[in-house]
Design a protein around this ligand. Structure first.
Ligand code: DAH
Length: 344
C-alpha cells in the first residue's frame, strides 16, 4: 500500500512538472487529490490492514498529499507569473512614441460674450436667473404693462403656441417671474440671459431666434443715477475705459422713463463713420426705471420700492466688439467663422 502511494506521488509530481498551463494543473489537482482520486481509493482499503500498520500508512498518505499539493501550488505560482509576463510582453506600450495631438474645442463666440457679460454683473453683486422659453402671454406681455391689443405688441411679432402661450419675444418676463418669487420684498439684483424668438425674416441684422440679457434691480431708493452708473461701468468694462455713454429718451411700456444707451464710436472716436452712421454713437441697449404698474402687478408696493431694468442683445454686442457683419454667422456653425474666436 505504501508503495502504491509513493508511486502515485511520483506520477503526480511528474505530471505537475510537465504541465504547461493552469487548466491542466487544475485537472491534475482534481484527479489526484479529489474525492474520487486514487489516493482516496487507496485509503479506503486501510480497514483491511493490521491495526499497527494503519498509522504508518496514514502518515505516508498525508505526506504524499502534502507533497502533491505543494508541488501544484508551486507550479501554479510559476504559471501565473509566466502568464502575466506573456500578457505584458504582448501589450507592450511604446512610451517614446509621440502623442497624437488633441484638437481643443473652444467656446462659441456668443457663449463667450454672454459669459463675459455675466461675469461683469456677477462682479457687481448680481445673480443669474433663468426661465422658460415657452412663456405665458401674461408674463411676456400683460404683466409688463402690455395688455392685449396694445399697439407696442406689434414691435415684437410673436410665435404663438396657443392663445395664452408663446415663444418668449424677450427676456423681460423674467423680471416679473423674479419679482413674484420675492413676494413684495426687495432687494432684487439679477440678470437673465436666454434665447428669445420673433417672427422676423432672417437677414444680416435679423434672426427669428436670438439671445438677450435682461437686468433688474429693485430696492428702496433706486434711482436713475444708479442705472446710469451701472451701465457706464458695464460699457467701459466691456468696450474699454475710454468709451463714453449717453442715454437717449425712448419708450418701453414696462419702464418710465425709458432710455436707450449709446456708446461712443471707437472707430472714428466720435467724428462719425459708417459703423456709427455718421453720428459718433452706437446704440447698445434699452433700459429705464421699472414702471409702477409692473411693480404693482408683480406684488411690490411702488411707493416703497423703485427699480431699474435693462435689456441687451449679446449678438449685437459681439458684432460691435468683433466687427461681425452678419448675425447669421452665429447660427450656421461655419467653422471658418467660429475658429476665429479661439482666443477671444
Ligand atoms: N425687452 C426689450 C426688447 O426686447 C428690451 C428692454 C428694454 C428690456 C428696456 C428692458 C428695458 O428691461 O428696461 O426690446
Amino acid at each position: 500500500m505504501q508503495e502504491r502511494l509513493l508511486e502515485l506521488k511520483q506520477e503526480a509530481l511528474d505530471q505537475v512538472e510537465a504541465s504547461r498551463d493552469l487548466k491542466t494543473l487544475n485537472d491534475i489537482r482534481v484527479s489526484f487529490l479529489g474525492k474520487k482520486g486514487p489516493i482516496t481509493e487507496v485509503l479506503k482499503g486501510m480497514g483491511k490492514l493490521p491495526a499497527e500498520e494503519r498509522p504508518i500508512v496514514g502518515e505516508v498518505a498525508n505526506k504524499v498529499r502534502e507533497a502533491i499539493s505543494n508541488a501544484i501550488e508551486g507550479k501554479q505560482a510559476t504559471l501565473e507569473k509566466a502568464e502575466v509576463e506573456k500578457k505584458l510582453a504582448s501589450q507592450k506600450i511604446d512610451v517614446t512614441l509621440p502623442g497624437r495631438p488633441v484638437r481643443k474645442g473652444s467656446k462659441h463666440p456668443l457663449t463667450a460674450i454672454i459669459q463675459e457679460i455675466e461675469d461683469l454683473f456677477i462682479g457687481m453683486g448680481y445673480t443669474i436667473a433663468e426661465g422658460p422659453e415657452v412663456e405665458k402671454d401674461y408674463y411676456n406681455f400683460e404683466a409688463l404693462n402690455l395688455p392685449k391689443g396694445h399697439p407696442a405688441r406689434d414691435m415684437q411679432d410673436s410665435f404663438y403656441i396657443t392663445e395664452e402661450t408663446l415663444l418668449r419675444t424677450q427676456t423681460s418676463p423674467m423680471q416679473v417671474r423674479t419679482m413674484e418669487k420675492h413676494e413684495g420684498r426687495g432687494p432684487i439684483k439679477i440678470i437673465c440671459p436666454g434665447k428669445v424668438y420673433r417672427r422676423d425674416n432672417d437677414d444680416a441684422t435679423h434672426s427669428h431666434q436670438f439671445t438677450q440679457i435682461e437686468g433688474l434691480v429693485v430696492d428702496e431708493n433706486i434711482r436713475m443715477s444708479d442705472l446710469k452708473g451701472t451701465l457706464k461701468v458695464f460699457a467701459q468694462k466691456l468696450f474699454g475705459e475710454d468709451r463714453e455713454i449717453r442715454l437717449r429718451p425712448s419708450f418701453f411700456p414696462f419702464t418710465e422713463p425709458s432710455v436707450e444707451m449709446d456708446i461712443s464710436c471707437k472707430i472714428c472716436n466720435g467724428k462719425g463713420c459708417n459703423v456709427c452712421k455718421g453720428t459718433g454713437w452706437i446704440e447698445i441697449l434699452g433700459a429705464g426705471m421699472v414702471h409702477p404698474n409692473v411693480l404693482e402687478m408683480a406684488g411690490f408696493d411702488s411707493k416703497k420700492y423703485t427699480g431699474f431694468a435693462f435689456g441687451m442683445g449679446p449678438e449685437r454686442i459681439a458684432m460691435l466688439k468683433y466687427g461681425i457683419e452678419d448675425i447669421r454667422n452665429f447660427y450656421i456653425n461655419d467653422r471658418r467663422f467660429i475658429e476665429q474666436f479661439r482666443r477671444a
